[in-house]
Design a binder for this molecule. Structure first.
Ligand code: PEP
Ligand code: MG
Length: 930
């Protein structure tokens, strides 16, 4: 044998999980640091791959196994396959990544007619021996010989029924003996051969079976589900270990432990055990296990050993461990250990505590937490004990869970919200004029649109749960109901949303409230110290700015001013501005908007003082502020009917020649008034038709609006600058940044800049003080990337609008792609992630990298950030750090996740740079093959 396939626990490299599997590597490490582990050896994953390749065990493998068995015999003083003190072993799978329950395990291997007698002799416990024997025959029969459990179970159940017992413990030795004989017969009948008596043959068959289970359906499905690639885990190792028994008497026990409480993070003995029992008994729940602390009274000496084991595990692994142990005749053995899985609260607390105890460094404390885990701490979650089944599934567009009465329009949502009702706003898709409904609602559900749809972005900004694009739901606003499969949801029915999973439930489901603990604050403080990138928030209103501040935002990276236009008292003015046919009329509306915008800016700037606030000038196409054509046609139809009624009434009165008292609604509405409203609606309809575009997101929006209606941008710029003057006057230090959206050429920037310069000069003269602000551009068109040098000459900062830039790079509609073909693309592996959620490093990322380089060639200190929805995602953040951005900006409630992610990006920068180098060639190959 050229290759070494087999490693004793005392010799194997405990850090090589790929070769020895996670379990095997840990058994080696524990053995080598002096923890009492039953002796054993590992057969490597390479042996598994070679076996699966050639359909037979590698040459000489069994010789090496025999060798190791000899060492085990020497270490334990027992003999394998014979004698009065027989060696029994367990045979367990274990790949590089833990795949709980996915592959096979065999216990008590080494039992045959002869060793059974030996075991009885040695233990003096015939019942114990037969119990072990019947368990082994069934497990080996199933795993190694492929005999279904039912073939054994029917005999087992028949004996139990005849004897009249429910649980196994009620069976006597004679019953177990009878069952063992029946099981041997089953093997004979099913395989045509006797149960193997040669224990080396048993071992060989068991090893082959464990290797084969790597390709079993369960394991293959699991790897697919959790995206475990061969790069992460390839093949399973086999661990062969001397059996120790927790069921040989009252000085024996078995149990599982966590080195700290995985629910709270508390530093305490945590776990359960059973005396005189096997591991299986703990799992099967036949007897109720006791908490570990009880052991202090019951087995004080062993408890002390257990405390020592736990301390040794933690100080060696510098991580919370999830371990299994057995006590055989008073001696404690550790059978396995792995990193413990904990909830977010416990993960944060243990990080802070372990640093305090000097067990880990601040860097380790930060790195051991997956930033995404923090989401759990920041939003209400559905009670995990709830067993409710969802009725529909949409996109998990904004995390958190909420229940409330289903309401189909924003006005009603607002009305009910005002009287304290909890409501969920349900729409086909939302529009800017629904904003008051968002404020009132606990959560938002739409049947159309993706993760960058209006509903998703606004909900995320407000920290409210949103399920978007739940296409299984048909909303019928006129009938005030929604159809979901065979269910009908009427307005007022209670529903529950889980914005973290995209699930929709009927009825109310209890939720668990979030907590921003002292520990989390401390941990994020360390993160801020460590990071290069700053974390800004996308916040559009003074309230959102305050929330962002609480979450630790270091400024506002994107304030979408159009959101300020949508409040109920402002929308009519904005509509007047849009309907205006002359510049004077438009200016009159803008004059009314100016003080409103200025007041908002003063509030936002003051909240964020002295940090920067990036204000984006108007971006969306105008028609977004107007009702839809369909809605207007409906209203015009009703108004026309109403006008006919009014006219008919006048004709009737004139004909009758008398003025009779009128029914209520008619008394205060003259034909003139109806006509007035009708004319306004018809004007609006004409405007809506005039503004209609086939692709509005690629149409008359952003700076194109600012160029065609310069007075709109002038009003906004004036409001920003006047707010800055006012703040300075109040002694509030502010740093406004004026940002232009959708730019394609430096000429556009220059034109807007000339307005900025004109107004600055005017204001500085009036106020007698120097204005402090900066001027920059969004980068969200491909052309802007290619013209980065020219843009940088005219901008002090760049902000990547990766929602639009992704749309433009892929030519995918950001409104539709996520519901139509993107899931299939992800499932089929054509695209690894949703590029509207996680930045597409290979495509959009290349454009970003090029833009950064070109921009900084011209302006070395160019400040560059990202403000698309991807900006809050840890993988995106790593890339942003890698290419040297100055900041990331994300929705306020996402800020804590981003704060941890920016620190982790810094700490892992080398690793990521290597991944980038290796990754780009891999992905080239991959995309070429697709
Ligand atoms: C973007 O395009 O990434 C962006 C932040 O702007 P919006 O989503 O408002 O178009
Ligand atoms: Mg954009």
């Amino acid at each position: 044998m050229n290759r070494q396939y087999v490693y004793a626990f005392a010799d194997g490299d405990g850090h090589d999980k790929k070769l020895l599997g996670g379990k095997g590597a840990n058994l080696c490490q524990m053995t080598q640091i002096g923890i009492n582990v039953p002796p054993g050896f590992v057969i490597s994953t390479e042996a598994c791959l070679d076996y699966l390749d050639g359909n037979q065990l590698p040459d000489d493998l069994m010789d090496a196994v025999r060798d190791q068995i000899g060492r085990l015999e020497a270490a334990t003083g027992k003999t394998f396959g014979k004698g009065s003190d027989p060696l029994l072993v367990s045979v367990r799978s274990g790949s590089a990544l833990s795949m709980p329950g996915m592959m096979d395990t065999i216990l008590n291997l080494g039992l045959n007619e002869e060793t059974l007698t030996g075991l009885i002799e040695q233990t003096g416990n015939e019942r114990f021996a037969y119990d072990a024997y019947r368990r082994f025959i069934q497990l080996f029969g199933k795993v190694a010989l492929g005999i279904p459990d039912e073939k054994f179970d029917e005999h087992f159940e028949a004996v139990k029924k005849r004897v009249g017992v429910k649980a196994d413990v009620g069976l006597k030795t004679s019953h177990l003996k009878e069952i063992s004989e029946k099981f041997l017969e089953v093997v004979r009948r099913e395989t045509g051969e006797d149960f193997p008596q040669d224990v080396i043959k048993q071992l060989q068959l068991a090893v082959e079976a464990v290797f084969r289970s790597w390709k079993g359906k369960r394991a293959v499905d699991y790897r697919r589900e959790f995206n475990i690639t061969p790069d992460m885990a390839n093949g399973t190792a086999v661990n062969v270990q001397a059996m120790v028994f927790g069921n040989m008497g009252d000085d024996c026990a078995t149990g599982v432990g966590f080195t700290r409480n995985p629910g709270t993070g508390e530093n305490e003995m945590f776990g359960e055990y059973l005396t005189n029992a096997q591991g299986e008994d703990v799992v099967a729940g036949i007897r109720t296990p006791k908490p570990l602390v009880d052991m202090q009274e019951e087995m004080p000496e062993q408890f002390a050993q257990l405390v020592e084991l736990r301390n040794k595990l933690e100080s060696h692994y510098q991580e919370i461990q999830d371990y299994e142990f057995t006590i055989e005749k008073g001696t404690l053995y550790c059978l396995q250990t792995r990193n413990g899985k904990m909830n977010a609260v416990a993960t944060v607390k243990t990080s802070v505590d372990m640093f305090g105890e000097g067990l880990i460094s601040k860097e380790q404390a930060l790195l051991r937490i997956d930033p995404e885990l923090l989401e759990q701490l920041l939003h209400p979650r559905l009670d995990p004990d709830s067993l409710a089944e969802p009725v529909a599934l949409g996109l998990p567009a904004s995390p958190g869970a909420a229940s409330g009465k289903c309401v189909f329009d924003a006005d009603l949502a607002e009305k009910l919200g005002r009287i304290g009702e909890q409501v969920i706003l349900v729409r086909e898709e939302t529009r800017p004029e629904d904003i008051h409904g968002f404020f009132a609602a606990e959560g938002i559900l739409t049947s159309r649109g993706g993760k960058t749809s209006h509903a998703a972005v606004v909900a995320r900004g407000m920290g409210k749960p949103c399920v978007a694009g739940a296409e299984g739901i048909t909303v019928d606003v006129n009938q005030r109901l929604a159809n979901v499969g065979h269910h009908i949801i009427h307005e007022g029915d209670i529903i529950t949303l889980d914005g973290g999973t995209g699930e929709v439930f009927l009825g109310a489901i209890p939720t668990i409230q979030p907590e921003f603990s002292v520990d989390l604050k401390e941990l994020l403080g360390w993160a801020d110290e460590m990071a290069d990138l700053q974390v800004m928030a996308n916040a559009d209103t003074p309230d959102a700015a305050r929330v962002a501040r609480e979450y630790g935002a270091m400024g506002i990276g994107l304030c979408r001013t159009e959101r300020m236009f949508n409040a109920k008292d402002r929308l009519p003015i904005v509509i007047d501005m849009i309907l205006a046919n002359t510049q004077e009329d438009r200016q009159a509306a803008l004059d009314k908007l100016l003080p409103i915008q200025r007041a908002d800016f003063i509030d936002v700037f003051t909240t964020m003082s002295p940090d920067p606030v990036t204000v984006r000038l108007l971006d969306p196409p105008m028609h977004e502020f107007l009702p839809t054509e369909q809605q207007l046609l409906g209203e015009i139809e009703s108004l026309s009917l109403y006008r006919s009624v009014v006219r008919g009434r006048q004709t009737a009165i004139a004909t009758l020649g008398k003025s009779s008292p009128l029914p209520e609604p008619f008394s205060d509405l003259s034909e003139e008034m109806v006509l007035d409203v009708l004319t306004k609606k018809e004007l609006m309809l004409a405007k809506v038709r005039e503004l209609t575009e086939t692709n509005p997101m690629l149409g008359h929006r952003g700076v194109r609006l600012g160029i065609t209606y310069p007075e709109i941008y002038a009003m906004q710029i004036q409001a920003i600058l006047e707010a800055a003057v006012e703040c300075a006057r109040n002694g509030v230090e502010v740093r406004p940044e004026i940002m232009v959206p959708q730019v394609i050429t430096a000429t556009e920037l220059k034109r807007v800049k000339s307005t900025v310069d004109r107004l600055t000069k005017q204001l500085e003269e009036e106020s007698g003080s120097k204005l402090q602000f900066s001027f920059g551009t969004m980068i969200e068109t491909v052309r802007a990337c290619t013209r980065a040098r020219e843009l940088a000459a005219n901008a002090e900062f760049f902000s990547f609008g990766t929602n639009d830039l992704t749309q433009a790079t892929f030519s995918f509609s950001r409104e539709d792609a996520e519901n139509k073909f993107l899931p299939l693309y992800n499932e089929a592996g054509i695209l690894e992630d949703n590029p509207f959620e996680v930045l597409d490093i290979q495509g959009v990322g290349q454009l970003i990298q090029m833009t950064v380089e070109r921009g900084r060639e011209v302006r070395e200190d160019l400040k560059i950030g990202i403000c698309g929805e991807q900006g809050g995602h840890p993988k995106t953040i790593q890339f942003c750090h890698h290419v040297g951005l100055s900041y990331v900006s994300c929705s306020g409630p996402r800020v804590p996740v981003a704060r941890l992610a920016v620190a982790n990006a810094k700490l892992r920068e080398k690793e990521f740079a290597e991944w980038m180098q290796a990754g780009s060639s891999v992905s080239e190959g991959r995309s070429a093959s697709l």
